[in-house]
Design a binder for this molecule. Sequence first.
Ligand code: LLP
Length: 382
Amino acid sequence: MINFNLDTLRGLSTPCYLYDLSLLRDTLAVIRKEIEGYPFMVHYAVKANANSVILEEIRKAGLGVDLVSGNEINAVLDAGFDAGKMAFAGVGKADWEIETALVNDIFCFNVESEEELMVINEIAAAKGKVASVALRVNPDIDAHTHKYITTGTEDNKFGINLSRLDEVVDQAVAMTNIHFMGLHFHIGSQITTMKPFEMLCDKINELVAHFESKGINFEIIDAGGGLGVDYENPEQNSIARFHDFFELFKTKLKLRPGLTVHFELGRSIVAQCGALISRVLFVKKTPHKRFVILDAGMTDLLRPALYDAHHKIVNVSAQSQELEKYDVVGPICESSDVFGKDLLLPETSRGDLVAIHSAGAYGESMSSRYNMRSLPQCHFIE
Ligand code: LLP
């Protein structure tokens, strides 16, 4: 969790995101240490936070990137990332996005359907290019996370069904403008136990062995992202469980030499280094409730409204030690614009500064201009 200097916060115009670059660097250093000496490559999932200062830190740490749109490709090119470290995923890639990736010779397309594979082959042929491709498999593993962020089960739109995989791999291998590299998986996000990743390792081993027996040797396996963070106790657990995560893949995966394993981590890299800072506009008392009305709303941080997500909320400028029960809400004209209900906070007054923690991932990147609000500003501390 970020340690604030109250004087620094007092000078900020709110609502704004505050990022602790030291915590981000410490997090990146842990990842580098964990993967050192292993044929592992971590791609940062840019969708979690595309802020250019954050991207710069991640580039300097040597990570690659996982991208889901043409604009993300352009953003990371501007940020100086090497195209050889770019993976491009997504169920619906537009032609111009495929062209942008091809023209820049990115490392790999993560392809989600037979239909997409054919289109990439055609566009690559027209451009005189060969597209490197991994096929995204839907491994039918339940990650036991929120239903909106589970991706690896059979009833969602992601990946190629296991029953079709042999045929699609054969098609990819035969296509003239496709260089087939291996398989891609991503079973969900905010996964807080290692069990689903263990099941993923078993599935990967099974598929690698199956295809090797058919004479198809993969160059890469992309295991996706999904490692969760501690939203309840960000101060005790400000760095995610990278050791347990990578240790599992190191010990469980049975891989022949020459095969590299790729990961696409987003949340676990950036969530804890960001907080949304807001000022209390009013404390409204009704016969039933006390509402803390903030100047930040769901347009700045959508996760609580969209997923009922919990973020730790702290009144950082409170004068009193006495605890009161409050609903903390935003100013947007939607009943779901709520950050927390029945929270115990020190007695809160107009003008107090509130920090909403663990907001570095899927916070700023999901902000919107609904109600014609301005996008949140951002500040950095070292
Ligand atoms: N790779 C793929 C193919 C993905 O779809 C995602 C996230 C990632 C990697 C990165 O996953 P992470 O390591 O961040 O869990 N807006 C939601 C999260 C949506 C995740 C979408 N895909 C939230 O705020 O919880």
